[in-house]
Design a protein around this ligand. Structure first.
Ligand SMILES: [Zn+2]
Ligand SMILES: [Zn+2]
Length: 189
């Protein structure tokens, strides 16, 4: 069995956190790590106890949802709330942080950003990160460790089976394939 790397482990955690997002505009997760230990995590969501965008719709002002606190900020605020230092820490995020989050990350003393996907990478944010000596590195999520597309795969396989059926493939073979698919995705639904 292959051992999961630290980068993949922390990046996977951020992707799991993203699944908790309550804003429909973008599911983002962030994990703050110090000395290979998770110290905080956050996802895109509203103020504690507030309305959730997924229930009442986004509150859009000038093209942005103003209800949402970004995942990175939520993770940093979790450290503030519980008195955990962010100085010298690293942050793993599902998407390249927005300008405001980049400024907050710099100011919190976090020294490195790992991000899985580019997302409107702001040139001024990059300028600020470089001036502050905050490193940023793309770490794409290895989907062998966390599969976020299982439903799409089931849909695709169902289509393929229907296609085979339409092509007149013998029923016994089809049943065999169906059984294998069921075994693979038994834990779903
Ligand atoms: Zn929203
Ligand atoms: Zn942000």
């Amino acid at each position: 069995m292959e051992r999961i790397s630290w980068d993949q482990y922390f990046m996977s955690q951020s992707h799991l956190l993203a699944l908790r997002s309550t804003c429909e505009r973008l599911s983002v997760g962030a994990t703050i790590v110090r000395e290979k230990r998770v110290i905080a995590g956050g996802y895109n969501g509203s103020v504690s106890g507030g309305d959730h965008c997924i229930e009442v719709g986004c509150k859009v002002v000038e093209g942005h949802c103003v209800r949402t606190i970004h995942a990175e900020i939520n993770a940093i605020l979790q450290c503030a709330k519980f008195g955990v230092p962010t100085e010298g820490a690293e942050i793993y995020v599902t998407h390249f942080p927005c300008l405001n989050c980049c400024k907050t990350i710099i100011q919190s003393g976090i020294r490195k950003i790992y991000y899985a996907e580019d997302y409107r990478n702001h040139p001024y944010a990059i300028e600020l990160l470089e001036a502050a000596g905050v490193e940023y590195e793309k770490v794409e999520l290895d989907y062998l460790h966390i599969d976020t597309g299982i439903k799409e795969k089931i849909t695709l396989m169902t289509k393929l089976i229907q296609e085979l059926e339409a092509q007149g493939v013998e029923e016994e073979k089809l049943r065999h394939y169906r059984e294998q698919i069921n075994d693979l995705f038994m834990h779903v639904e």
